[in-house]
Design a protein. Structure first.
Length: 302
């Protein structure tokens, strides 16, 4: 049983982020929205989605980027910020185009409708239950890039870097997040190696994030006030990078669910830098579990 809110079809747009894979984007599936309450115009959908779409009233053409997926439902965010939820039926035709003059077309399965993929969707009206896609059109080059992001391709590649960043630019644009948790790990003076305790904490954080719908990780490194700015900036970046590498290599966190790490040198101190105790608290890396507000809890809108 699915609840579809008519008012959920026009929501505010993503505003700015490019995930390291991501535009981040694959990591974002539909989940239950925090604080959502049933609306008077919610519709309860029961029964089986029709497999024959002939004769159904024509719906609007929806053109934009897939910004969330769950089961047979996908959310498409259009350039003006409007978000529309569309159902995928067994009768939905999904095709990619590319090659010389874009004349060749390949039939695809619904599994290829990945987050971050630009699409053009023809729809029909499913009574008052919402929209069903009759045809989903996409470009082969965009699908290739989305697959690379989805599969966590080595982010050091260069051959497709421009295409990847272009896709992220269309998809990403998320500047508001819900913070689901923050873990701080600490370092000795001038060091960026991880203690055994820190290693255990990081894998626990990855497990917590894995259990959180649509979670991304943002890693930020800091130093105390010892040393000059250039030295501390480099040290804070090394600490952040060390944590990112450990999360991916030892804790199994996927690269496409990791935002670009940041070094903040001695900015935003957590404690007073005039004491040794305070400096110890400032020599840290903060691992933040984030969920974009634009996709935090989409289930309640379906």
């Amino acid at each position: 049983m699915i609840a579809i809110s008519k008012s959920s079809k026009t929501l505010a747009m993503f505003a700015a982020l490019a995930l390291p894979a991501t535009a981040g984007v694959h990591a974002q599936e539909l989940g239950a929205q925090a604080g959502y309450e049933a609306q008077e115009n919610d519709i309860t959908v029961t029964g089986t989605m029709p497999s024959d779409l002939t004769g159904m009233p024509e719906g609007p053409t929806v053109e934009g980027v897939i910004s969330a997926r769950k089961g047979d439902m996908m959310q498409v965010t259009m350039p003006d910020g409007t978000r529309t939820v569309v159902a995928i039926s067994s009768a939905t035709e999904i095709r990619s185009s590319g090659g010389f003059l874009g004349l060749d077309k390949d039939k695809l399965s619904s599994a290829e409708l990945l987050n971050g993929l630009p699409v053009e969707v023809d729809t029909v009206e499913w009574a008052n239950r919402g929209l069903i896609a009759t045809k989903v059109a996409l470009k082969s080059k965009d699908l290739k890039t989305a697959r690379m992001i989805h599969n966590g391709t080595d982010q050091r590649f260069t051959a497709n870097e421009a295409a990847t960043e272009a896709l992220r630019g269309r998809v990403a644009n998320i500047d508001e997040y819900n913070v689901k948790g923050t873990t701080n790990v600490y370092f000795d003076t001038a060091k960026y190696n991880l203690s055994a305790e820190s290693r255990a904490q990081l894998c626990q954080t990855a497990q917590q994030a894995e259990a959180t719908d649509n979670a991304l990780l943002l890693v930020v490194g800091y130093t105390d006030s010892t040393g000059d700015y250039e030295y501390n900036q480099e040290l804070s970046e090394k600490r952040a990078t060390r944590v990112v590498n450990f999360l991916q290599q030892e804790c199994g966190w996927k690269p496409y669910r990791m935002m670009v790490p940041t070094g903040m040198a001695e900015a935003d101190p957590a404690a007073d830098n005039t004491t040794e105790q305070g400096k110890a608290q400032n020599r840290r890396v903060a691992v933040n579990i984030l969920v974009s507000k634009s996709v935090d809890g989409m289930d309640s809108q379906l």
